[in-house]
Each structure stands twice: as structure tokens, then as C-alpha cells.
Design a protein around this ligand. Structure first.
Ligand code: ZN
Length: 446
């Protein structure tokens, strides 16, 4: 499904990518191809097949040569319960489209089931697959096997503890940050989706160990309605939630300038030991649900900038509702993270080549559809407010890592049992084996 071969002539004539430097970081790519086959419904804007388009592009540019590829297992129910309530996960596990028709309005409202978050076939498997991929990626970072770990099927930042929200059922970001906190004293979460990263902010609103930073469209009404600059965290978490509210039509230059001028001092002050970046693609121009003017290069520049700090990075997908541009973006960002430059012409042997016409370019022009409502003055005032908030952060919190991290191998209980059985020998077996070995030594000496 995701493998295809090229003819010899194409192979020899196409330099698909050029390395930018001699040494590159260890990058891992976590993707279960079956996840692209789920459907939210014919009219729903979230199309999991955008992940197949992305994977095809990544493969056709041969980026697999640069990375460690993993097909992760699904998250277990126990893993999902690290953040979500048992009631909700039980519901997700049992519910089917047929059952939904018979459920009371009260039940549907309790679990926020409706047009945005419908019940579809395989809803639980889908959710546990993308969460499993983010957890797998976080484990590779923790073990030091990867410097950068990518899961484009993750980044579903709206999901809440008790319910789904905004096309997101389980919050893979919260789950993987919880995992990273077992060994990392400070994790920074950066969200460049068009929408506010409300689910992640809410989960870590009272702690100083996770700084959440979200750049998003905000006017008080636009989904999810939160994300004003005044939302700063509470208790110990006060000032560790950062919000950068933007208006329609922001362009490449102003976005990049604002992003860098805010992120650099935040990283310097907070001193994260690990960064999680959500790369929602709905902040691109011409997105089906979007209202910004960003080009692929500008979005990627934000990823490149964060990469330049050289910290362990978990890189996730998110929103993005014009599938051909979502896949272009995430393929491009995969190249950025691997520090290689891609030919802008999309390889013509790509099985899904037709999707990328008429330009067949990795970088179509995406700006100019929406008027830029962000005046220089407005952007200056937002930057000023955020940097003021930063003044209250006098230190990077240190934590006593008292808890020994449990199970970082990511094995399920069954897998562990099998391994235990393989390793476990009874005392008698061990004794008999030693006796036999000694006997053999004796034979050889004689
Ligand atoms: Zn979004």
C-alpha cells in the first residue's frame, strides 16, 4: 500500500534531496498506514487519507533513507486512562454508529457527540492508533534512540479528559507529554495550528513543568473560543500558559517575525529539556476551514527555528483540511527536520501524483486569499503583552525526579509476560543446566 518502486532511469536522473550538512540528527518516523483508512463521514472536513498522501510524498522523496521507520502498536486502554476518564474511554470502546441512533440526547450531549465529533466505524481503534504512535515517538525520545520523533497522525489538541472536541477523540499530546514528564523536568509545548490548543493548555494549566504556547486565530467566537492573551495559567502554573491571539489573514513575514521574537526568549527563560511541537496545517493559506495566509515555507520556518535549539523534539500533526496542502506541508517539514533540501517538483512516479496538479509543485502560492487584519501596531501590542508576562518568570522550575520512571519500554502486559516467561527459568532448571555445563567441561578436560 505504501511501497512502490521506480524504474532505473527515474532513479538515476532525479536528485530528490540534498543534504544541508554532513551530520544530521537521529530522526524517527512513526506511522501506522491503516490509520488513513478511517472515515469521519462523507461531509466531514477531517480526512484521515491526508496521512496516506503525506506518507506517499515522504516515500517518493526517499526520505525513508534518512530516518528510522516504526509501525507503532495501538495505545492500550490503560495508557489512554493515564489522562482520560474511564467512563469516556468505555463509551468510545463500545459505541457504534448503529447504537448512536438509539442513544438519548442526554447521553449524546454527555459525550459531546454530534456533527464535529461523530461516532464512526472503528472510532476507538482509530483513536488508540494515533495515540499509540505519539506514545511510541515519546518513548524513542526518552530512550535517546531519537533526537527528533515525528507522528503526523497525532496532534489532536482539542480532546478533553471526559469528552471529544473539535474532531479530536483522545488527546495524544497530553498522553505523550505525561510520558515525557517521567524523565524530563520541563517540557515546552508549541502549537501553530490555526485553532487554540485548548485541550493541552487545560491539562497542564496548574503546573510549571509544562509551558504551553499557542499561536492561533482568536476573536472570542472562533472555535474553540478560548486562547485570549489573558489566559496565563493558575496556581503554580501561573504564567506558564502563553497565548498569542491573531486576526484573519496573517502573512508569512509577520508570522515568522512574531513567532521568533516570542519563542526565543521563552525557550531561553524556561529552558525546556524537551519540546513538543504541534504542526496543524490549517494555518496555511487556502485551507478549507482556514483564514490565514501562510505559505508552506513560512510554516516550516517555525519548525526549522525550533529545531535549531537542538533539543529533543516530538513533532506532531493536527488540523489541516485541504489534504493536498496538508501532505505537502508535512512532507516538507519532514525534510526540514532531516536537514535536507527537496526538489520542489513532486516526483512524477508518485501513485497519487494527480492530486498535486496543475502545478505539481511542493510549494504552490498560498497567500493572498484573505485580507491581513493584523496591523503592525496590533502585533506589537500582542508581543509586548506576552513578553511582559515572561518577566514574571524568574526561574526555570527544577523538580526532584523522585519517581523512578515506570516501564519505559512500552511493552504491553501480555508482551511483558511472554518475555518474562522466556527469561524465567526455575531454580531447578538453572541448577540442572549448570550441572550439565560443568559435566561438559569435565568431558573436554578428560
Ligand atoms: Zn485546527
Amino acid at each position: 500500500m505504501t511501497t512502490f518502486s521506480t524504474d532505473a532511469k527515474t532513479e538515476s536522473n532525479t536528485p530528490l534531496y540534498l543534504a544541508n550538512s554532513a551530520s544530521s540528527p537521529n530522526v524517527s518516523y512513526h506511522y501506522n498506514p491503516t490509520i488513513s483508512q478511517y472515515h469521519y463521514g462523507p461531509h466531514h472536513p477531517m480526512k484521515p487519507f491526508r496521512l496516506m498522501l503525506t506518507d506517499h510524498l515522504v516515500i517518493s522523496y526517499k526520505l525513508y533513507e534518512k530516518m528510522d521507520l516504526f509501525t507503532p502498536r495501538s495505545a492500550t486502554k490503560e495508557e489512554l486512562l493515564e489522562f482520560h476518564s474511564e467512563d469516556y474511554i468505555d463509551f468510545l470502546q463500545k459505541v457504534t454508529p448503529e447504537m448512536t441512533a438509539k442513544l438519548s440526547d442526554q447521553k449524546l450531549a454527555q459525550f459531546n457527540i454530534g456533527d464535529d465529533c461523530p461516532v464512526f466505524d472503528g472510532i476507538y481503534d482509530y483513536s488508540s492508533k494515533y495515540a499509540g504512535a505519539s506514545l511510541d515517538a515519546s518513548r524513542k525520545l526518552i530512550s535517546g534512540m531519537s533526537d527528533i520523533a515525528i507522528n503526523w497522525s497525532g496532534g489532536l489538541h482539542h480532546a478533553k479528559k471526559f469528552e471529544p472536541s473539535g474532531f479530536c477523540y483522545v488527546n495524544d499530546i497530553v498522553l505523550s507529554i505525561l510520558n515525557l514528564l517521567r524523565v524530563h523536568p520541563r517540557v515546552m509545548y508549541i502549537d501553530i495550528d490555526l485553532h487554540h490548543g485548548d485541550g493541552v493548555q487545560e491539562a497542564f494549566y496548574t503546573t510549571d513543568r509544562v509551558m504551553t504556547v499557542s499561536f492561533h486565530k482568536f476573536n472570542g467566537e472562533f472555535f474553540p473560543g478560548t486562547g485570549s492573551v489573558d489566559e496565563v495559567g493558575i496556581g503554580k502554573g501561573k504564567n506558564y500558559a502563553i497565548n498569542v491571539p491573531l486576526k484573519d489573514g496573517i502573512d508569512d513575514d509577520s508570522y515568522i517575525r512574531l513567532f521568533k521574537s516570542i519563542m526565543e526568549p521563552l525557550i531561553t527563560k524556561f529552558q525546556p529539556t524537551c519540546i513538543v511541537q504541534q504542526c496543524g496545517a490549517d494555518s496555511l493559506g487556502y485551507d478549507r476551514l482556514g483564514c490565514f495566509n501562510l505559505n508552506i515555507r513560512a510554516h516550516g520556518e517555525c519548525v526549522k527555528f525550533i529545531r535549531s535549539f537542538g533539543l529533543p523534539m516530538l513533532v506532531l500533526g493536527g488540523g489541516g483540511y485541504t489534504p493536498r496542502n496538508v501532505s505537502r506541508l508535512w512532507c516538507y517539514e519532514t525534510s526540514v527536520l532531516n536537514d535536507v533540501t527537496l526538489d520542489h517538483k513532486i516526483p512524477n512516479y508518485l501513485p497519487t501524483y494527480d492530486w498535486f496538479g496543475p502545478d505539481y509543485s511542493l510549494h504552490p502560492q498560498l497567500e493572498g486569499r484573505i485580507d491581513n487584519k493584523n496591523s503592525k501596531k496590533y502585533l506589537e501590542s500582542v508581543k509586548h503583552e506576552v513578553l511582559e508576562q515572561l518577566r514574571y518568570l524568574n526561574y526555570a522550575p527544577s523538580v526532584q525526579m523522585s519517581e523512578i520512571p515506570p516501564d519505559l519500554t512500552g511493552l504491553t502486559e501480555e508482551e511483558e509476560d511472554i518475555i518474562k516467561e522466556l527469561n524465567e527459568e526455575t531454580t531447578e532448571e538453572k541448577y540442572m543446566k549448570r550441572v550439565k555445563d560443568e559435566a561438559r567441561v569435565g568431558e573436554m578436560v578428560e
